[in-house]
Design a protein around this ligand. Structure first.
Ligand SMILES: [Zn+2]
Length: 364
C-alpha cells in the first residue's frame, strides 16, 4: 500500500503502518482540553486498540495460511487493519473460516481479559461494574480490563455486520455461495447488502459527526465494488475461449517462399508473424525477429524454412485465456497458432489478447 512504512514482521508477514496512523495518534494526543496524563492515556488506549486490531488481522492471515494462501502484508490504518491476502479462496468453507478467524481472536481476548478481571477480584457483571463506577470506586486496573473486554466485544459485533467486504459480509457471501453454488451471484448479493450498510455508515457518520464511520462506509463501498468487478471479470474469463479473441484475418506462408516475399507482406500489411503451412499442415511460425535474422544471414532469396521456428506452442480454439497466456509466454515473442481440427484457424498475439481484455472491460 502506498504511503505506508514497514514496522516489522510477525510470522513472516510484513506489518505496515499507514502514514495517516501516526498523524491520527498525534491528533488524539494534541486535542485541546486534556492534560499531559490524559493525552498519554488516550494515545496508550489507541495503541492498545490497534494491537488488538493487529491480532485480529493475524487471525485472518494465519487461517488463510492453513489453506495455502499467503498474506502479502497487514497494514494498520486509522479506520482499522487490512490483511492483504494473495488471493481470495474460491471454496466457501475456506472463506467462511478465514473471515471468522479474526473475530474469533477477539472472542479469545475478551474471554481472557474477562477471566483476568474476575481472577483479580474485579466486578463479575456489568451491573456490578456500573454500580462501582457510579460510586467512583472501581480500581484503575479493573477499569482498563473492563474496557479491553468491551473493545473486543465491540470489534466482534462491528466486524460481523454483513457489510461485504467486512468479515460479516464475507461470511454472508460464503453462506450464499454454499447455498446457491454460484460464486458470482453470491458476490453480487453480498455486495448489494454491503452497499446498503456502506450508505448507512456514511449517513450515520455525517449525522453523528463520526468521520471514522464515513471513511469506513466509503471503504466498504469502494472495496466491495472493486472485489465484485474482479469476480465478474474472472467469471467472464472462465467462459471465454480463444476463438473469441484470436485474429482470423491473416496470411500464411509456405516453407519454400523466399524471405524477400514475406518482407513485402510485412510492409504491405499489419501482420508481423506468419504461420508456415506445408501442404495445408502447420509446420512452424515465422516471427518478425526470425525474418530479420533470416534476411541478414541469408538475404532475400533464403527460404522461410531456413528462418522459421519449427517447434512452438499452439493452442486450440476451445482453450481458455490462461492457456493462451501461457502459450504466448512460451512463444518467446512470436505469435501463437490457433488450431481447429488440426488446421490453423487463427493467430494469437500478446497485443490482441491485451486489446480484447481492454475492450471487454470498457463494455462491461
Ligand atoms: Zn476482520
Amino acid at each position: 500500500m502506498k504511503w505506508s512504512w514497514r514496522i516489522g514482521r510477525i510470522a513472516g508477514i510484513a506489518i505496515r503502518v499507514h502514514v495517516t496512523f501516526p498523524l491520527f495518534l498525534l491528533w488524539i494526543g494534541l486535542r485541546d482540553g486534556q492534560g499531559a496524563t490524559a493525552a498519554a492515556f488516550a494515545v496508550g488506549a489507541m495503541l492498545a486498540l490497534f494491537t488488538i486490531v493487529l491480532l485480529h488481522e493475524l487471525g485472518h492471515a494465519l487461517m488463510a495460511r492453513r489453506f495455502g494462501i499467503a498474506t502479502r502484508d497487514i497494514t494498520l490504518l486509522p479506520i482499522g487493519g487490512l490483511a492483504r491476502l494473495e488471493r481470495m479462496p474460491r471454496e466457501p468453507r475456506q472463506e467462511l473460516l478465514i473471515a471468522l478467524a479474526g473475530p474469533a481472536v477477539n472472542l479469545l481476548l475478551a474471554l481472557g481479559f474477562g477471566a483476568l478481571l474476575i481472577a483479580t477480584g474485579g466486578p463479575r457483571s456489568l451491573v456490578e461494574f456500573d454500580l462501582l463506577r457510579r460510586l467512583g470506586a472501581p480500581a484503575v486496573g479493573h477499569v482498563i480490563l473492563a474496557e479491553l473486554v468491551a473493545v473486543n466485544v465491540g470489534l466482534i459485533l462491528f466486524n460481523l455486520l454483513p457489510a461485504f467486504p467486512m468479515d460479516g459480509g464475507r461470511v454472508l457471501r460464503a453462506l450464499l455461495a454454499m447455498w446457491s453454488q454460484d460464486h458470482l451471484v453470491a458476490t453480487r448479493r453480498a455486495t448489494l447488502v454491503g452497499r446498503l450498510f456502506a450508505a448507512a455508515f456514511v449517513a450515520y457518520g455525517l449525522f453523528a459527526s463520526a468521520p471514522n464511520l464515513v471513511l469506513i462506509g466509503l471503504f466498504v463501498w469502494l472495496a466491495g465494488s472493486g472485489e465484485a468487478s474482479a469476480v465478474a471479470t474472472e467469471a467472464a474469463l472462465e467462459r471465454t475461449r480463444v476463438a473469441q479473441f484470436m485474429m482470423t484475418e491473416f496470411r500464411t506462408v509456405d516453407p519454400a517462399d523466399p524471405l524477400g516475399a514475406v518482407a513485402d507482406l510485412v510492409i504491405a500489411g499489419a501482420q508481423q508473424d506468419f504461420p508456415v503451412l506445408a501442404d495445408g499442415v502447420y509446420v512452424g511460425m515465422l516471427g518478425r525477429a526470425d525474418l530479420v535474422r533470416g534476411l541478414r544471414e541469408g538475404g532475400a532469396d533464403a527460404t522461410v524454412a531456413t528462418a522459421m521456428a519449427t517447434r512452438g506452442p499452439v493452442v486450440t480454439v476451445t482453450d481458455h485465456p490462461e492457456a493462451a497466456l501461457a502459450a504466448l509466454h512460451d512463444a518467446g515473442g512470436r505469435a501463437v497458432a490457433v488450431l481447429r481440427d488440426g488446421t490453423v484457424a487463427g493467430l494469437l498475439t500478446t497485443e490482441n489478447l491485451a486489446e480484447y481484455l481492454l475492450l471487454r472491460r470498457s463494455v462491461t
